[in-house]
Design a protein around this ligand. Structure first.
Ligand SMILES: C[S@@+](CC[C@H](N)C(=O)[O-])C[C@H]1O[C@@H](n2cnc3c(N)ncnc32)[C@H](O)[C@@H]1O
Length: 571
């Protein structure tokens, strides 16, 4: 049998790979996921978890070959694994995905709004910088997005949908770009999500909404008509008539505009709809049947037009339009709030996922942030894949999913920094997050870098200074000693890639005099926790679930200029 390298699959999910031959028995590894197997007879595409009856049932991702236990058949598979978080630029990551493998994409990219954010995160335990500014202007932003949208279009299945969440600064540019990539006929809706109440805005209408652009890849997409709840006020206003059987009903028109030649255009029981430019909503035979069933209301006077009785208990639910006023943004005390500035409410994702996917479908969020999409997908029995370029975001998502599922779902995390070189190229705020997290610490509530204290170790609250550099010298140790003293402490940690001899001598001297600084290298922090000979993890840290914190005050945050400089200085 064939043993061919990965390429584009052509068949549909569930397709039988008859060319693998019948078999029984299980693959030895309990894999699960979508698998594209290349066989001598061409590409095929299977949803499987074991070898059975000619279907390749494989399930967890492998690169390389898979050997059929019974037949000795070897195939090479490409795969798309779900429950995975990728820490990577989404364009690079999407290039690894097979084509036509994802059922629904929701993306909430950084907006074109010329703002910088800094997020202070979980018990001040995380700080990250969030870029959403585009130096080159809107065209640079749109081009950047076009590359990603093309990649997303490729990975979407023919019945798949894409929802792009954006704000009104860029939505019109993005729509034209999306029309170009998807085709103008595949545009389905511009959803207006009212995300906040009106607030006064300088000489313009208060901006209260976001835009969500909805496209289907093909003409037939997965669609489960969403229905909402009627308000009691609405029900009481319209569904108030009672004809004695205890069921309340509404009197709806039996006629609709326009003349028809068929039965629905004919007079019925002395009423001629054509005379007023209308037709019946039913054929005259159906009207007879409805009348027999007691579903027609006849005004008591005998002179009024008959009406249709629509019963309250038969209502299917309120149909939902493209203006969403009923989903609130996350309020400061909401249980789901994680402190991420662009975190979207779960209710928003619930609506999208329920309408445009089915159980077991694969949902992809390529700008996953703190993981709202994947958390909701998991709750709703979908498979999911998240991508975010920020290691901090990926760590947050990982914790969110573990916590939400009480450890039942343990995402596979790919691409987090694992070598010194990876860490050298992180942005300064990401690097600082990584270090503080290694201490299970909290961030300094003061402005970042203020007095040289960036954070505090877990439980012992010893100051930590983070240096993303080599050869940290005596002067840094001197200054840090002063900062530690001013902070009323007698011990602290400086973390860097390496230290000079002078720095080590200075620490040795200070230690002799008092319990003072410890110099910790990044290499030490990279050691697996049980092997790390560091005094700041009292052994309980891995089971600790740090409480979520309030954000730092505005004054304590770096300015936009500081963030920009910090980003520019990143390697
Ligand atoms: C607006 S936030 C998403 C928020 C998310 N919807 C939520 O509910 O938390 C945008 C995210 O895109 C990420 N991002 C920016 N550029 C990226 C890229 N090239 N590849 C992957 N992720 C990226 C940022 O790190 C940020 O977390």
């Amino acid at each position: 049998m064939g043993n061919v390298a990965a390429a584009r699959p052509q068949a549909q999910p569930g397709y039988n790979c008859t060319s693998t031959g019948p078999s029984s028995g299980r693959a030895q590894t309990p894999w699960s996921g979508w698998v594209w197997a290349s066989l001598r007879h061409g590409w095929t595409h299977c949803w499987t978890s074991e070898w059975t009856r000619g279907i390749i049932r494989i399930s967890r991702a492998i690169h390389g070959s898979l050997r059929h236990p019974g037949k000795g058949v070897t195939v090479t598979v490409a795969f798309l694994e779900s429950s995975v978080l990728y820490c990577e630029d989404n364009l690079r990551q999407l290039a690894q995905f097979p084509s036509e493998c994802v059922d629904l994409v929701y993306l909430d990219p950084p907006f074109f709004s010329n703002r910088s954010y800094e997020v202070i995160w979980g018990d001040e335990a995380e700080v990250r910088s969030f870029e959403d500014r585009w130096d080159g202007g809107i065209q640079v932003y749109v081009d950047w997005m076009r590359d990603r949208v093309r990649a997303l279009h490729r990975v979407l299945r023919p019945t798949g949908s894409l929802y792009l969440h954006c704000d009104p600064h860029a939505s019109h540019y993005l729509k034209v770009m999306l029309d170009g990539v998807f085709g103008i006929n595949t545009f389905r809706n511009e959803i207006i999500w009212k995300r906040t109440g009106a607030h006064s805005s300088a000489k313009k209408w208060g901006p209260v909404h976001d835009v969500i652009l909805y496209y289907g890849k093909g003409s037939r997409v997965s669609w489960n008509e969403p229905r909402g709840e009627y308000t009691q006020e609405y029900l009481d206003k319209y569904y108030k008539f009672d004809d004695g059987d205890g069921r309340l009903y509404w009197r709806a028109d039996l006629c609709a505009a326009g003349i028809r030649n068929g039965s629905s255009g004919q007079p019925w029981r002395g009423f001629a709809p054509a005379a007023k430019g209308m037709h019946w909503k039913f054929t005259t035979d159906s009207l007879d049947r409805l009348d027999t069933e007691g579903r027609i209301y006849w005004p008591a006077s005998g002179s009024g037009w008959p009406q249709y009785k629509r019963y309250r208990n038969e209502l299917k639910g309120l149909s939902i339009g493209d203006v969403w006023l009923d989903i609130d943004r996350i309020n400061p005390r909401a249980a789901e709030r994680l402190g991420y500035p662009t975190q979207k409410p779960e209710a928003l994702l619930q609506r999208i996922i329920a309408a445009s996917s089915n159980k077991g479908d694969i949902i992809l969020d390529p700008f996953c942030g703190c993981g709202t999409t994947i958390a909701v997908a998991e709750q709703m029995g979908r498979q999911w894949i998240g991508i975010d370029i920020s290691p901090t975001a990926v760590n947050i998502m990982n914790n969110r999913i573990r916590k939400a599922t009480h450890g039942r779902c343990l995402p596979k995390v790919i691409g987090l920094p694992v070598t010194e070189n990876d860490l050298r190229s992180l942005k300064p705020f990401e690097f600082q997050n990584w270090v503080i997290q290694k201490f299970w610490g909290i961030h300094s509530v003061r402005k970042s870098g203020d007095m040289g204290i960036d954070g505090y170790s877990f439980m012992t609250n010893d100051p930590i200074q983070v240096k993303q550099s080599e050869g940290v010298g005596r002067n840094v140790v001197d200054n840090f000693e002063t900062a530690v003293e001013r902070d009323g402490k007698n011990k602290g940690y400086i973390v860097a890639f390496s230290f000079t001899r002078g720095a080590r001598e200075e620490v040795a001297r200070a230690r002799w005099e008092r319990q003072m600084d410890q110099l910790v290298t990044v290499k030490q922090l990279l050691q697996p926790e049980p092997e790390r000979r560091v005094p700041f993890l009292p052994g309980v840290a891995p089971v600790i679930d740090l409480p979520l914190p309030p954000s730092r005050s505005r004054d304590a945050r770096p300015t936009a200029q500081e963030l920009i400089e910090s980003d520019r200085s990143a390697v």
